[in-house]
Write a protein of this length. Sequence first.
Length: 343
Amino acid sequence: MPHLELGLDTFGDVTAGPDGALLSHAQVLRDVVEQGVLADQVGVDFIGLGEHHRDDFAISAPEMVLAAIAARTTRIRLGTAVTVLSSDDPIRVFQRFSTLDALSNGRAEVILGRGSFTESFPLFGFPMSDYERLFSEKLDLFAALLANGPVTWEGSIRPPLKNQSVFPPIEGGRHLRASIGVGGTPESVVRAAQYGLPLMLAIIGGAPARFRPYVELYHRALSQLGREQLPVGAHSPGFVADTDEEAREQMFAPYKGMRDRIGAERGWPPMGRDEFEREITHGALFVGGPETVARKIADTVQALGIDRFDLKYSAGAIPHAQLLRCIELYGTKVIPLVREMLA
């Protein structure tokens, strides 16, 4: 098996302080930087920051936070989970990440997607009726920018470009590392193959093995298009503590709070403890002590045939100290165990 990449993701969930009160967005952002620094120190391959524009998540400008992490780290790759391309400008996204790539000596990565939240559309003045067209055309333009040279492009969402250079370019003739985040539609999987971009699957509910047909579809589409095989990764929520019991108890109440809050917006019923336990045992929650989480990651890697796994370790108002312990255990215990299990 090629080198398996093991990373972490966070949305910068607004967390509780020592007194139980929610922290300010500013403090959460500073805490995320500390979490990124620790992830670098304990050997995590990648940290991804999700972009959101709502009061329960602090990160609306991931590249700014990643730049702060870049200044205090040396090896960890720095990216998003995801960048909401539909409501952004592809040229500015490229410029921000090419700048981050320069500041981090080549460690920047962007995961492009539509996101599962739509707050950015009214915030930046984009109609939801253009949801599909915006993503399709902006992805087409961004793919052209990845060639790292002058761009000629025409679409319906902005004036055309003719032999336009974009600065700063990626240093040394490299290409910016980019992939497409997919929630599980065949059309999105095929589109990633058409653009020759790696695939990142968001597995946030149900048995991870059910995504195997999407991995096979992606590889089949690449072959039919005459492209070389490209990496496939998966992102799932989870949490690591010293024991299975501690992990479940520390995560349940904050996770339920987040899940019920979002569920109320989307018409979902409140989550019970039985559903939480089922998702740990049979579904997409990777929760437990190091060996339990490592075994589930190894099983998922083998079941899907993937090259990368990112654990979304933030889940509601879990205190910063517990998140730090999760990161420490993931880097020092889980990652070595996964590699040993798959050796």
